[in-house]
Each structure stands twice: as structure tokens, then as C-alpha cells.
Write a protein that binds this ligand. Structure first.
Ligand code: HEM
Length: 527
């Protein structure tokens, strides 16, 4: 129904009444007043109906976002001509910005006005999913030491952990593959659940050390925790505000994984706090090179974090570090199966360059480009650079972001725009590589972008890691883990996807998740 036409019809009916002298001539003044009052009530109720109708329409549309979020964001981008546009979800209004000017406005807005922390808090609902962790809306209230812990200390430690990690991943992958079903003489591996297990193992070894990674109960909970957090947070976000705390607490109490993680990490963090005090008193203490120690050491000097505050931070980092890494690797494996012509040059690069990668934590530029292309076409998220407004915020074109609304960027739409990416919907695994790397290749691989770039680079056309001053500090570590897992696959297996009906991923809001039942045959290479 066209709402605009409705209003016009009503307006013209009132106007024509005013132009009917025969009617006023045959009625008394009182009768004219009664009819006018009656018509006024009729008009008011129809306009109330319009409002109710508009509200219902808006409500239905906002729920549609849960199932068709990607499409709605893309359509908004296509119509927006580079200007900000709004999208409604049941629990939020989003203002999407895509021009470099507006993105800069988000990046430079004070943390007291636009907050990444508040947006993450809404997404993860830590009060219910992280042992009542009530983190502050304003980023930096309790320091941002964790950035140095991840961006610098974890990254610098990569050469120490990569050789061990490669060996651990190689043998665990062999075990997992062996445990999978054999069909027609071939092992068929459910690739997404398998990758999640490998990433959980990699992160446990890298963040907490090899001993904790051997604790089966902890590892099981560390795995379950991701799914439990996603589901609980989503339920709470969709509930009416008045009932959310009751239901949230009810569900939260039943999520045992968070208890196991908290209770396992707490005594270790407590011991480290004791050692911190002993060290401050000039005593010799053991050296530790893990995330527990780095988070503790980078907490504010004036107000050092308690053991439980450190564990809360680790739980938040744990979620962020498993979910997006596993999804990105899984899509890259899908692409390896869908574009088998890349296997040979990528394998050749690994044979020549893997040892150097282990030694430095960098390198393997063709694999880097391949993963980046996969993340460009199947990014885990269609929405990036999320900032929740703590105070009203006005963009330079006048668009308002009200308190509680989010400003964000349409990352997928930008990365698939012909304005920035030639042949944007075509998979070109070496699109981002330096052309000189392909000179020896006899194949027809093309470098499509005007200049080479790395997976870890962030700019206005690649927002996978967010943008500007808050871009993901874990991206160097994440990229290294992706190269370890994909590198081990390339060095030891050929892979092939088992043909299947339907999509290889599911959508929810702005996220895509690989389907759990997509099967890949990892066929060991004959040496
Ligand atoms: C494929 C994997 C990953 C993706 C796609 C990803 C993406 C992102 C994005 C989009 C942001 C928000 C940046 C912004 O809004 O400007 C972010 C922030 C963050 N990420 Fe990642 N991330 C990944 C892996 C990791 C890993 C492995 C870690 C930890 C080791 C990590 C730790 C963090 C932290 C702590 C922040 C908050 C930064 C801040 O508050 O300034 N991420 N990440």
C-alpha cells in the first residue's frame, strides 16, 4: 500500500467538504460542528492507523535484517552513492558510512562519543557470557595495554612458537582426519568443525602455553565457549529490555564452559599477581612468555589489574581470536577446493619458503594474497568498524547517529565494488601479489590491483580488520596462524570438496558462517 497516496486522498476529501455550499445550507450550525468533529475523529484514527501500520512495517523490516542482513546492507550501499545510509535491526539502528571522509570522522570521534567497546559489549553480552564481566562502555577507562600485549608482544613471540605450532597442528590434523568417516575408501572431514578445533589448539598453545593445551577439560570448554557465547548473546539481544536480565542470567548460569575457563585461568593469574608483587619487592621470579603475563604486565601502572580482571580480558580476547580466524581459514580451504589451479604454485611457495616463515613469522606472499582474496569475497562480516554512540553524533553531511545507534562500514559491499576492485566478483587468488612473483609461472594468473598489498594492511577499501587507530591488534598473529594451518595442508595434502546440495554457508544478521556439514577429502600427498 502506498502511504503517500492515502494521505493525499484524505486531504482532498476534507478540501472538497469545504467547497460544498449545499451541505452547509441544509444543516444547522450544531449539526455542522457534529459532522466536523466526527470527521476529525475519523481522520485522527486513520492517521493513528497509518502510524500503527508504519510501525508494523518497520518492525517486520527490522526482523528481516536477521535473515537478509547481507542483502539489505548491499542494497543500501548500491543506492547510497557514497553517502551515509541507515539500516534497522530489531535491536539497533545502524548508520553505514563508506566514504574516506566519513570513515575518518568515525575514527577521530572521541571515545566518549563513539565507542567500539560499547558495540562489542552489546554483541557479546559479557555480563551473562563472561562470568559477570561488566566492562566499561568507554574504551580505555581501565587502560588499553592489551593492544601492546597482542599487537607487539604476541607478534614478536611468533618466531619462538611457530616451529612448535607447526608440528602440533600437523600431528593433530592427522589424528582428526583419521577419526573421520571413510566413504568409498576416502576420509571425509567436516572441515569447519575440524578447523575450529585446530584454531582452539593453536590459540591455547600461543596464549597459555603447551601445558594448558594438554588439559582436556579446559580445551573442551574453550571450544564450547565460542558457540555458547554466540547463542546466549544473540538471545539476550533480541529479548525485550525488561526481561533480558532475568533470561540472560538464567541462560548464563547454565553455560558451564565459561566457569571452567574462568576457574582454570584464575589460579594461574593469581600466582602471576603474587610474582608481580615479589618482583616489585626486588625478588627473583620465573619468566613467562604468554598472554596471561603480557596482559598483566601491560595493565595500567597506577591501577594494576587484579587476577580476575586479567582473566575477564583473556575471555574476551579468546572469543575474538577463535571465531573469526576459524571462519576465515575454512573459507580459504573451500576456495582451495573450488580453485584447484592455485594448489601447485602455493605448494611450491610453501616448499621453498615455509622454513623462513617459521623463523620470522612473515613471508609466503602468494598464500597471503590467496587468503586475502578469499576474505574479500567471503568476509565473515558484512559490517565493520562498529561504534556505538554514547552521545549524539552528527556526521558532516548532517546525518545523526543517536544514542545507542551504531555507526559502521559496509565492509563486504566496499570490497566487492568495481570502483576499487577490477572484476570484483571473480576469484583471483593472486590479485594482491607483487607481479614479479608470478613471472616464472607458466599459467595465466593475473595481478589485478594497481599495487601489491598484504593481508594485514588496513585501508579505506579493506576493512576486514576494522579501520584507523582501533584496527585489530591481533591481525599479525591471526595471519600467522592462518598460514600455519593452510601451509600444513598444502605441504601434506591435496584437498577436494565433496559435492553437496545448497549453500556452503549460513547467514545471520551481517555474519556468514560456514556450514558444519561441508565435507572435504584431505588426501595425503605421496612424497
Ligand atoms: C580473522 C581474524 C580476525 C578478524 C577478522 C578480526 C577483526 C577485528 C575487527 C573488525 C576489529 C574492530 C576494529 C575496528 O572496529 O576498527 C577487531 C578488534 C580487535 N581484535 Fe580482532 N580480528 C581477528 C582476529 C583477532 C585475534 C586473533 C585477536 C587476538 C589475538 C584479536 C583481538 C582483537 C582485539 C583485542 C580488538 C579490539 C581492539 C581495540 O579495542 O582497539 N583479533 N578485530
Amino acid at each position: 500500500m502506498d502511504l503517500f497516496n492515502w494521505t493525499t486522498e484524505t486531504d482532498s476529501a476534507t478540501a472538497s467538504h469545504a467547497q460544498l455550499p449545499w451541505l452547509t445550507a441544509t444543516l444547522t450550525k450544531a449539526q455542522v460542528w457534529s459532522i466536523t468533529a466526527f470527521l476529525a475523529v475519523l481522520l485522527l484514527s486513520s492517521s493513528l492507523n497509518i502510524k500503527a501500520f508504519q510501525f508494523a512495517l518497520h518492525y517486520v523490516k527490522s526482523w528481516k535484517y536477521l535473515f537478509k542482513g547481507q542483502k539489505i546492507i548491499q542494497e543500501g550501499y548500491d543506492k547510497s552513492n557514497g553517502q551515509p545510509y541507515e539500516v534497522y535491526a530489531p535491536d539497533n539502528r545502524y548508520v553505514f558510512v563508506s566514504s574516506p571522509k566519513h570513515i575518518k570522522e568515525l575514527d577521530t570521534a572521541p571515545d566518549t562519543v563513539l565507542s567500539l567497546q560499547a558495540a562489542s559489549k552489546q554483541m557479546l553480552q559479557p555480563v551473562y557470557t563472561m562470568q559477570k564481566f561488566n566492562w566499561f562502555d568507554r574504551r580505555g577507562t581501565e587502560g588499553v595495554g592489551f593492544i601492546r600485549a597482542l599487537r607487539t608482544l604476541l607478534t614478536n613471540n611468533l618466531p619462538q612458537i611457530l616451529p612448535d605450532l607447526s608440528a602440533i597442528i600437523r600431528s593433530r590434523m592427522m589424528e582428526l582426519r583419521e577419526s573421520h568417516k571413510t566413504v568409498n575408501g576416502e576420509k571425509q572431514s567436516p572441515v569447519y568443525p575440524m578447523v575450529v578445533k585446530l584454531v582452539v589448539l593453536s590459540n591455547a598453545v600461543s596464549f597459555f602455553g603447551k601445558d594448558l593445551a594438554k588439559d582436556e577439560k579446559f580445551m573442551e570448554s574453550a571450544l564450547e565457549y565460542i558457540e555458547q557465547t554466540l547463542i546466549c548473546a544473540e538471545i539476550v539481544r533480541l529479548l525485550p529490555k525488561f526481561i533480558a536480565p532475568t533470561i540472560g542470567n538464567f541462560i548464563g548460569r547454565r553455560l558451564k564452559a565459561q566457569d571452567v575457563i574462568f576457574n582454570t585461568l584464575l589460579p594461574i593469574a593469581e600466582q602471576r599477581v603474587v610474582e608481580r608483587s615479589l618482583k616489585a619487592a626486588g625478588q627473583e621470579v620465573p619468566q613467562h612468555a604468554d598472554c596471561i603475563q603480557w596482559i598483566l604486565e601491560t595493565s595500567p601502572r597506577q591501577n594494576p589489574w587484579s587476577a580476575s580482571r586479567v582473566v575477564h580480558e583473556l575471555m574476551a580476547i579468546w572469543f575474538g581470536s577463535v571465531h573469526a580466524v576459524s571462519t576465515t581459514i575454512t573459507f580459504a580451504i573451500h576456495d582451495l577446493c573450488l580453485h584447484p589451479e592455485y594448489a601447485e604454485p602455493l605448494r611450491k611457495e610453501c616448499v621453498q619458503g615455509y622454513a623462513e616463515f617459521e623463523r620470522t613469522g612473515t613471508g609466503l606472499p602468494l598464500l597471503d594474497s590467496f587468503i586475502k582474496e578469499s576474505a574479500r569475497l567471503t568476509p565473515v562480516e558484512a559490517q565493520s568498524t562498529r561504534r556505538s554512540a554514547l552521545q549524539p553524533f552528527k556526521l558532516s553531511d548532517g546525518t545523526m547517529v543517536g544514542v545507542g545507534d551504531w555507526a559502521c562500514t559496509p565492509v563486504r559491499a566496499i570490497m566487492q565494488s568495481p570502483e576499487f576492485y577490477p572484476s570484483p566478483l571473480e576469484f583471483n587468488g593472486f590479485r594482491f601479489a607483487d607481479p614479479s612473483l608470478l613471472e616464472d609461472e607458466k599459467t595465466s594468473f593475473k595481478v589485478l590491483q594497481p599495487k601489491p598489498s598484504k593481508l594485514t594492511d588496513c585501508d579505506n577499501t579493506f576493512h576486514v580488520w576494522g579501520t584507523g587507530r582501533m584496527a585489530c591488534p591481533g591481525r599479525f598473529y591471526a595471519t600467522a596462524v592462518m598460514k600455519v594451518i593452510l601451509g600444513q595442508i598444502l605441504l601434506h595434502y591435496d584437498c577436494d570438496m565433496v559435492p553437496q546440495k545448497g549453500h556452503r554457508y549460513m547467514e545471520w544478521r551481517s555474519t556468514i558462517l560456514p556450514r558444519q556439514d561441508v565435507l572435504v577429502v584431505f588426501k595425503p600427498l605421496e612424497n
